[in-house]
Design a protein around this ligand. Sequence first.
Ligand code: G3H
Ligand code: 13P
Ligand code: ZN
Length: 326
Amino acid sequence: MPNKIYYQELGLVNTGEMFRKALHEGYAVPAYNFNNLEQLQGIITGCVESKSPVILQVSGSARKYAHAALLPHLAAGAVAMAEDLGHPIPIALHLDHGNAFELCRDCIESGFSSVMIDGSHLPFEQNMALTRQVVDFAHDFDVTVEGELGVLAGIEDDVVAERSHFTRPEEVEEFVGQTGVDSLAISIGTSHGAYKFKVRPGEDPPPLRFDILEEVEKRVPGFPVVLHGASSVMPEYVAAINRYGGSMDDAVGISEDQLRRATQSAVCKINIDSDGRLAMTAAIRKVLSEHPGEFDPRKYLGPAREALIAMVKYKNANVLGSANRV
Ligand code: G3H
Ligand code: 13P
Ligand code: ZN
């Protein structure tokens, strides 16, 4: 790795104050995944224009894709871009689904202000020990840490979970107390990717387990809770993808009403990756289908970026409630 860089030098913030405000005011901070320039520009522009705080989220594989040494400079650039657009917003750079202490340490030493250590697939005691190890290191640098209890179905980086198992509320208090984590991802029926449920046409996906969320809230009152796998798999993007040569017939996500309800609880971070991918893919397919001779990347990545900006603004204003909070 090149020289160590810490997030404070980059103008970033950790998630502590973001979550305190979101819990107090009853909204969720958006955590949008990115791995390339247009996604970063789209997320920042959308959040600046809607005056929303934002968590820029990078998985381990996305970090490799973008190149680890480039990321802190991209994040510093995002801060400068927000200022240049005329409305600085709080920006955190977060490792999504960190799977090892070493990865979390490397991220902390290269500009991340927040890390997730995902030990959810491990036995409870091992998950606690690994999470504690990351927290001990991270807190020395004022970096916030997200842990996870319960397993979501779907794909998280290289880990594919065929079946989910819900968070067991009775484990939460001990986990939070023993590890010192700053927030906790829980499994209440969301799932990763664009194919979250198998439902027959016209049938609604199963509702989220708000009863589990309420039990968690009772055991750790006021503690920040995170929802992964929270894309709605917005039908207009799926339809556009299918119209312009794609094939995503059974794609289905979490309803916006369920997410709105979650924002009124201890849920103060909502993770969205798939919807951004769908918005961009729909726009790219449309351009290339209507203009088969086009080969300037700006001509299809530009519209993809515009589509992402519109999606981010829509979500912040109408689903997460994070618009106009800065
Ligand atoms: O939860 C996983 C995120 O959607 C990141 O996915 O590992 O393909 O970057 P990725
Ligand atoms: P989606 O696949 O529902 O967008 O979830 C993303 C996520 O949880 C990233 O950690
Ligand atoms: Zn996730």
